[in-house]
Design a binder for this molecule. Structure first.
Ligand SMILES: Cc1ncc(COP(=O)(O)O)c(C=O)c1O
Length: 387
């Protein structure tokens, strides 16, 4: 009766079962996996957000496939006008932006190159559009992360349609270097691939920006789609609005936009109140982002301090909301995550959730309140040294 593409295994894994058992028993959990920005006690300009959403024009419906002109102009301004408003398309989420792009670019069985380690949802997003993900590895050295081009180039074949980059990446925090960006754009141009740049975390950068590329918006060496959205930029995932900014050789870009317009017109999924609010919400972004940025920097520093002298180390990062901690191989990632939960009541993600190569890595969110985060970081250090 059901499609093969929805034949997922939904049985809870050992970690989810252990967590559920602990919660049922009423035992506390210090959760270092929380990435919902509305749940971590950050101050928000609530009155301004409510006022932005109360526009009386929302009572009228004026369907526009790419979104209201003023909203698209605000997105263009957010990108420093690198992408003009007519090349901006609003979506209900970045996930939906991926769905539209995979529909545009891939026939069933076609392939999308995705970085590894990275965001686990890509496999689902691709599978739901009947395209496949092909991993290309990213590795790190003292100075940060880099793309393994030798493997990446070997992965491109005649079914490959697009190459995806996430910058800063989730969870590694890696951003592209200028030479890597040029090489990726040249590869996409030469092999007729689209480059999809997920920049949802681009407002959260720790590293000196001159050594990394902030955005691919407006790059025209190949067909490029940059993705962004309010879920990270304004900490408003519940408003469900994101965008695609297209650039590239004019003929390709225009053909892409013409086709995307029909796809977008088929769904018209972005609601009117949020489109009307978008210019005002984007104008609030610096005020919204500042307290979180301070927290991310403080938590990262706390983590590094807590791990100093322990058997655990934080991998290098350029930005984003997460940190990756390398821990001793034994007793294995899953066992360590279970042990942290049962011994300390600490919840962290295992590296294998994000397809880390080899063992053992843990992933923590930097979003939580600083005192809680400091307690969690101390537990991680103590556990790394425990037999
Ligand atoms: C890399 C990356 N892209 C996209 C998203 C999802 O964003 P949205 O809420 O706009 O679908 C996330 C969410 O965590 C993410 O980590």
């Amino acid at each position: 009766m059901f499609s093969r593409r929805t034949a997922w295994s939904v049985a809870p894994n050992r970690i989810a079962s252990a967590l559920e058992a602990r919660r049922r028993a009423g035992r506390p959990v210090l959760d270092l996996t929380e990435t919902n920005p509305t749940k971590v006690g950050l101050p928000m300009p609530e009155a301004e957000i409510r006022a932005a959403l109360a526009d009386a024009r929302a009572l009228r419906y004026e369907p526009t496939p790419f979104g209201h002109a003023a909203a698209r102009a605000a997105v263009s301004a957010y990108h420093g006008s690198a992408v003009p408003p007519e090349h901006v398309l609003l979506t209900a989420s970045t996930s939906e932006a991926y769905a539209l792009l995979f529909k545009l670019l891939g026939d069933p069985g076609d392939r999308i190159l995705v970085p590894v380690p990275s965001y686990p949802l890509f496999e689902y997003l691709a599978g739901l559009e009947d395209v496949e993900t092909m991993p290309y590895p990213c590795a790190w050295e003292d100075d940060g992360w880099f793309v393994d081009f030798a493997t990446l180039e070997e992965q491109v074949d005649d079914r490959t349609r697009a190459l995806l980059v996430v910058s800063p990446n989730n969870p590694t925090g890696a951003m592209l270097r200028p030479d890597e960006t040029d090489r990726l754009l040249a590869l996409c141009r030469d092999r007729a691939l689209a480059l999809i740049a997920d920049e949802v975390f681009a407002d959260y950068v720790f590293r000196d920006a001159s050594t990394r590329v902030r955005s691919l918006a407006g790059r025209d060496q190949a067909l490029v789609f940059v993705l962004g959205g309010l879920s990270k930029t304004c900490l408003l995932p519940q408003l469900k609005v994101a965008w695609i900014g297209a650039s590239g050789p004019a003929a390709l870009r225009d053909e892409a936009l013409t086709r995307l317009e029909v796809v977008a017109d088929t769904y018209l999924s972005v609601n009117t109140p949020v489109q009307l609010a978008l210019p005002r919400l984007l104008a609030l972004r610096d005020a919204i982002r500042a307290p979180l940025m301070a927290r991310l920097v403080a938590n990262r520093a706390r983590l590094e301090r807590a791990l100093t002298g322990s058997a655990a180390t934080a991998l290098p990062t350029d930005g984003g909301w997460s940190a990756v901690v390398r821990v001793p191989r034994e007793p294995g990632e899953e066992e360590r995550v279970l042990r942290l939960l049962t011994r300390h009541g600490l919840r962290v993600h295992p590296g294998f959730f994000f397809d880390f190569p080899g063992e053992a890595f843990l992933v923590v969110s930097l979003l939580g309140p600083e005192d809680e985060f400091a307690r969690g970081a101390a537990m991680l250090a103590a556990d790394a040294d425990a037999p």
